[in-house]
Ligand binder design. Structure first.
Ligand code: PEP
Ligand code: MG
Length: 568
């Protein structure tokens, strides 16, 4: 009989494979290990470092040759970590002290990981896994533990934590999926899985232990389901879905270079949401036109101090260049809310989503805001760029931001630094106040981008990260739709373009009615672009307008959803 485990979706899709357990304990090997003198153990450590270092270099080269840049960057960082004194010196000291090289590297990795795990910053906490990964690889190397063989069936990696190297070192075609006990969707193993489109389910806790090694599993990443030893009936039921997914993938690939235009020739720009410049490079394979949201706060996370103007300039330039002449919208830091930052020393708030956040911090801290604005203005020379400000609620903020941009320009003039005068300045419309005041705000900005993730939570008073109220969180709620329509119309009335960069933009049904409202850009995580494009290419603007007229008369989100699903 099959058994089903419910997890969280990290990367959607359906696949079938055989479980390959990773991250298992080395206790058995350690018990049998006979250690030598301190000098002999040091020699084993140094040999293992050399072997691992060249293994990593070889795999990084192979990944770069295969165009897998993102995972190559991650593995290259492992090579730096391996040589980093924080780890390497500690491993050497412990080896001398313990006269047991494998135990010493594991202890050194644990200590370094503990240091990282204790940091306030989520990014640094997650790097703890990378250090542990290196420690285990070194220990395996010293103990002579061979990596498990991969048979004919593609494997589904399964462990409480999956080591980034475990995913990175399995070639395409041999890996069907990944299951993790822990629930992070931003750890390196998941980032690699996303860059390689590997179906991933996370957050199943200790249930990883009950999944037998080598078991056949059906992974439904669309629902977060893991079906162990699926029955022939279950397999048959999924066969159709797998075939559909395969067919959709082929269709999507064929769409890559086609425009997102309706059957009667109205085109809409489909851009990518990114967190780091390399995401802009990776988005190209999905046929994006530029970047509609660069969440720049990611550059500020995982560090002890804020990045300098120069560092930011380099990152923005890289993202702008990756847009190949299309617009790159760089959002100024959206710190606070669910993204606190230790070095800003912002006191803990009872209600951070309504607190000291985003533009409110930027305007009060010119020492943070000005270097960012200057970096974007300078990077603008290398393509087409825009500055976008999050969480604006009133005209005063929009005006104050403009003054800051003027001040940044004046400083660059005084410093004789080259910058672009063509960088646009826009705001996110993600508070009901901004949407209501859109007719006025439109006079002070070059564009609006609607941030539905926050607009929905603030309009409906539904915390976006609280699962208990998530059923009330609905971008088709008529209250939300009215605010969106008002924003788009206000932009059009004032000759300003309006886009959307919240999750709603990746809903193909929503895309159709947003287009009828007159939106000109939709920005989303890059893998969602093809499915939105496909829907847009299947309707005419006339049909879309007809659906919009119907939808705007409906009274509930559920009614709207049902109507659109049936009609489209
Ligand atoms: C939004 O609120 O819709 C948005 C895109 O911003 P974030 O999700 O980063 O808050
Ligand atoms: Mg937001």
């Amino acid at each position: 009989m099959s058994e089903t485990i419910q997890g969280q979706i990290a990367l959607a899709g359906i696949s079938i494979g055989r479980i390959m357990k990773v991250g298992q304990s080395l206790d058995g090997y350690m018990a049998e290990y006979s250690s030598g003198s301190a000098d002999e153990e040091m020699e084993k450590l140094n040999n293992a470092i050399d072997v691992l270092s060249s293994e990593i270099d070889d795999s990084v080269e192979a990944m770069r040759n295969a165009g897998q840049e993102e995972q190559a960057d991650i593995m290259e960082a492992h090579s730096f970590l391996l040589m980093d004194p924080m780890f390497a010196d500690l491993a050497a000291d412990k080896t001398k002290e313990m006269s047991n090289a494998p135990a010493a590297v594991l202890a050194a990795a644990d200590e370094a990981a503990e240091l990282l795990a204790g940091m306030d910053d989520e990014y640094m906490r997650e790097r703890a896994q990378d250090v542990k990964d290196i420690g285990k690889r070194l220990a395996r190397c010293i103990l002579g533990v061979k990596a498990p063989e991969i048979g004919d069936d593609p494997v589904v990696l399964c462990g409480h934590e999956v080591e980034p190297s475990a995913v990175a070192n399995i070639p395409d075609g041999k890996i069907a999926g990944m299951i993790m006990g822990q629930g992070s969707t931003t750890c390196h193993a998941v980032i690699i899985a996303k860059s390689r489109d590997i179906v991933t389910v996370v957050g199943i806790g200790d249930s990883t232990e009950s999944i037998p090694d080598q078991a056949r599993v059906l992974l439904d990443g669309n629902k977060g389901l893991i079906i162990i030893d699926p029955s022939p009936e279950e397999l048959a039921a999924y066969e159709e879905k797998i075939a559909e997914e395969k067919a959709a993938k082929l269709r999507y690939e064929a769409l890559r270079d086609l425009p997102a235009e309706t059957t009667d020739g109205i085109e809409i720009q489909l851009a990518a949401n990114i967190g780091l410049p390399e995401d802009a490079e990776a988005a190209v394979k999905y046929g994006n036109r530029g970047v509609g949201l660069f969440r720049s706060e990611f550059l500020f996370m995982g560090r002890k101090e804020m990045p300098s103007e120069e560092e930011q300039f380099e990152q923005y330039k890289r993202a702008i260049q990756a847009c190949q002449g299309e617009l790159c919208v760089i959002r100024t830091m959206d710190i606070g809310g669910d993204k606190p930052l230790a070095y800003l020393n912002i006191p803990k708030e009872d209600n951070p989503f309504l607190g000291y956040r985003a533009v409110r911090i930027s305007l009060e801290r010119p020492e943070l805001f000005l270097p960012q604005l200057k970096a974007v203005l300078r990077a603008g020379v290398f393509g087409k760029a825009a500055i976008m400000v999050p969480m604006v609620t009133c005209v005063d903020e929009a005006k104050a931001v403009r003054s800051m941009v003027d001040r940044a320009r004046a400083e660059l003039d005084a410093e004789n630094k080259e910058y672009s005068r063509a960088v646009q300045l826009g705001i996110m419309v993600e508070t009901p106040a901004a949407a209501v005041m859109a007719p006025v705000l439109a006079k002070y900005v070059d564009f609006f981008s609607i941030g539905t993730n926050d607009l929905v939570q603030y309009t409906l008073a539904v915390d976006r990260i609280n699962p208990q109220v998530s059923k009330l969180y609905d971008h088709f709620n008529p209250a939300v739709l009215q605010l969106i329509q008002r924003t788009i119309k206000s932009g059009a009335d004032n000759g300003k373009w309006v886009g959307m960069c919240g999750e709603m933009a990746s809903d193909p049904y929503a895309a159709v009615i947003l287009m009828a409202m007159g939106i000109s850009e939709l920005s989303m995580s890059a893998p969602s672009i093809p499915k939105v494009k496909e829907k847009i290419r299947a309707v005419s603007i006339k049909e879309a307008e007809k659906h919009l007229a119907q939808v705007m008369q409906m009274e509930t989100g559920a009614e709207i959803r049902e109507y659109l699903r049936a009609a489209l």
